[in-house]
Ligand binder design. Sequence first.
Ligand code: NSP
Length: 233
Amino acid sequence: MTKNVPLAKQPASGDYAWLGAEAGSVADHMYMLNTEDWVEAINSRFVNELLNDELPEEVLKAYLIQDFKFYDNGMMGRLIKLAPRQETKDMLSKQAQWFEDNETTYFEHFIKAYNISQQEYDETEQTPANKEYGEYLESLADKGWPVLVAAMCCMEWVYLAWAKRTVDASVVQQIPAHKGWVDLHEGELFRAWVGNLIALVNEYCSVNGPEAEVFRTMVHLERRFFEDSYQLD
Ligand SMILES: Cc1ncc(CN)c(N)n1
């Protein structure tokens, strides 16, 4: 029986200093821009139920379909193309390969395990938030490297933040799809990935630039993406 995983606390400046977002850094400013949506996302009903192994199977299945559709959002390819340094291109390409080897296989495995047919997958409409999120990312495609870095950093950091709740509480999920989803978003490798994105935000983004609004909007879309998991209620 899984224990109740405590809710995340209200964000405070310097929370992620250990990952490179020191108090007063650009990334830390971004982190503190939209704390209401941030907390609502990482403490969302979906996350709570997943971490507590109480997620109804229908909701998990619906989320798997939605998120696999979201997964193919083109962000990684755009970042690799625009990265100003070869070492950054290499870091991103290595991460893209890691996703291919681990996240793609996660989706394929559990979509099969939960008997989601190709027809059901194809015929499922994207939720409003998923659709809006995809369109938003598409609209950023020609907005340049700093904006894309801010968007990717936010997208991944929010996921680390909710998964970290269970690692902090030393709670391990008993349902393989739940544990697997946590394992993809917490651990040495994922922390290093988010740390690399935070370093890029500190290097290339500005709190006075369009990146700040992008970060704020992304947090909001992440919150809504989770909320839409229950739109069938
Ligand atoms: C909607 C969403 N945002 C972020 C992630 C983490 N890659 C995700 N899987 N899905």
